[in-house]
Ligand binder design. Structure first.
Ligand code: DNO
Length: 347
C-alpha cells in the first residue's frame, strides 16, 4: 500500500512539512481547489502542486476530487462540453504523474452530518449523524452544518426542483453515460477512477443515491467493466449502512482489482436506527472491525493508495471538521501498524 494524506493546497494550515514527518508517508491527495466545478484545470497550477509536493519529498499520484458537475448527473445537454472538460482534466492530471482520481456521483450533497462538534466522553469532539435530528431538517429551509454556505437558498431550491424528476435508474444511466466517455481516456493515459460511496449510504431528502452498497457497485462494474472503473473503499461511508458487510466487500472487490483507493476510519452506530458518530480509527472505538478489513484487503491482493479519513478534534486543535492534523496522524500510524502485520501474515 501507499500511505497518503489529504492536503488542501497552499492555503491548508497543515503544511507539507507536517505531512512529511508522519511515518511512512508517501504522498498527498489534493486537487485544484480554485477552479469552478466543470472547468478545465490550468496545467501550471497542477504542475505547481506536483512540484511543491515533490520538493517536500512527497508524491502527488492521487487527486480527490475532480468533481462531477450537476448537469452531468442530471443528464442535461450541457453535459457534452462538461464531460469533454472532465476528460481534458484527466489527461492533464496524467501529464503530471497522477495515477488515481477519486470522485463521487451524489446529487447536490456530498457528505451529510447533523453535528460537527459532537462531544465525546474522552473530551474530544467529532462529526456525527443523528436520525432524529435529520428528520427535523427541512430541505426547503436548510441549515445543515457544513452546507449552509455551499449554495444560496435559491440555488438549492432550483437544484432540488431539477432533481425531483430524476429516478435511481435515470441517475444510474447518467453515471454510465459519463463513465463510457471517461474510462476510455483513463485506459489510454493510465488513470484509475475510484468512485466514492454515498455518505451516508442511503437516499436523502428524496434525492436518489446509487453508490450505497454491493448491489449498486456490481451493477456499475458490469455496465463498464474496465478495471480502471473502480472504487474508493471508504469504510466510514459504507460502514454507516448496517447491511453493508465490509469484510465481504473488501475481499470481493480487492480480489477483482477494483479497490484503487482506501479511506480508513471507524464509526460507531449509536442507536437502532441510522445514527452514528465518527470515532478514533482503532477497532475498539467503533462498530467496524478495522483489523479484519485491512487483513482481508491485503490477503486479497490490495496494493492501492490509503489515507486516514476524518479524525476527531483532539488536543484543542481548531481545524476543519474531520480534517485536523493530530487525530489523522494518529490514524496514519495505526494504519501503518495494521498493514505491517497484515502483510507479514499474508506472506
Ligand atoms: C469527505 C470526503 C468527501 C470525498 C468526496 C469524493 O470528507 O470523503 O468529500 O472527498 O465525496 O468525491
Amino acid at each position: 500500500m501507499k500511505l497518503t494524506f489529504r492536503w488542501y493546497g497552499k492555503n491548508d494550515c497543515i503544511t507539507l512539512s507536517h505531512l512529511r514527518q508522519i511515518p511512512n508517508m508517501s504522498g498527498v491527495v489534493t486537487a485544484c481547489y480554485s477552479v469552478p466545478v466543470g472547468e478545465v484545470w490550468p496545467r501550471e497550477e497542477l504542475a505547481e502542486l506536483r512540484d511543491l509536493s515533490n520538493k517536500a519529498g512527497l508524491e502527488m499520484e492521487v487527486i480527490e476530487s475532480i468533481p462531477v458537475h450537476e448537469d452531468i448527473k442530471l443528464g442535461k445537454p450541457t453535459r457534452e462540453r462538461l464531460i469533454e472538460n472532465y476528460c481534458e482534466n484527466l489527461r492533464r492530471c496524467a501529464e503530471v504523474g497522477v495515477k488515481c482520481v477519486c470522485y463521487n456521483f451524489m446529487p447536490v450533497f456530498d457528505w451529510l452530518r447533523t453535528e460537527m462538534h459532537h462531544q465525546n466522553a474522552d473530551g474530544s469532539n467529532s462529526l456525527s449523524y443523528s436520525y432524529e435530528d435529520f428528520q427535523k431538517v427541512d430541505p426547503h429551509n436548510l441549515h445543515l452544518p457544513g452546507w449552509d454556505e455551499s449554495y444560496s437558498q435559491e440555488e438549492l431550491q432550483g437544484l432540488l426542483e431539477e432533481y425531483s424528476h430524476v429516478t435511481h435508474e435515470m441517475l444510474f444511466d447518467n453515471l454510465v453515460y459519463f463513465l463510457k466517455k471517461v474510462i476510455p481516456v483513463c485506459d489510454e493515459v493510465g488513470i484509475s477512477m475510484a468512485i466514492h460511496p454515498d455518505d451516508p449510504p442511503w437516499d436523502v431528502f428524496g434525492l436518489p443515491r446509487i453508490v450505497s452498497n454491493e448491489k449498486d457497485l456490481d451493477k456499475m462494474f458490469e455496465a463498464v467493466p474496465s478495471k480502471n472503473n473502480g472504487l474508493t473503499l471508504c469504510t466510514g461511508s459504507f460502514g454507516a449502512g448496517r447491511n453493508n458487510d465490509l469484510v465481504h466487500m473488501a475481499a470481493k472487490y480487492a480480489s477483482e482489482g477494483r479497490v484503487h483507493f482506501l479511506h480508513l476510519r471507524n464509526i460507531k452506530w449509536t442507536d437502532d436506527k441510522d445514527s452514528f458518530c465518527e470515532v478514533g480509527h482503532c477497532t475498539s472505538y467503533g462498530s467496524l472491525d478495522m483489523a479484519e478489513i485491512v487483513l482481508t484487503l491485503v490477503k486479497n491482493g490490495f496494493k492501492g493508495y490509503v489515507r486516514p479519513d476524518h479524525g476527531r478534534n483532539i488536543w484543542g486543535e481548531d481545524a476543519k471538521p474531520g480534517y485536523g492534523l493530530y487525530d489523522r496522524a494518529l490514524g496514519a500510524t495505526y494504519i501503518n501498524g495494521l498493514f505491517e502485520m497484515a502483510e507479514k501474515i499474508a506472506k
